[in-house]
Design a protein. Sequence first.
Length: 81
Amino acid sequence: MRIWLAVAAMIVLVAAPAQAQMGGGGGGRHRQGGDKGAEPKKPQVDEKAYKAALDRIPEPKQKYDPWGVARLSQPDKTKTK
């Protein structure tokens, strides 16, 4: 009898996470009823504000070098033949 109880407990413990992922027995349906044809509204892009924000970005004084820290800035002059 104890073995059957232990097997039943193991099945319940294994099935509980799967039940939680399915949303409580809804059969995989996340939303029930409501608007089926409604699409989420996209925010209106304000071109004037976009251009103003781009103008506020300062111009860099030097060109960006992504490999600047990976290589030496000046060649090693100690090696002479």
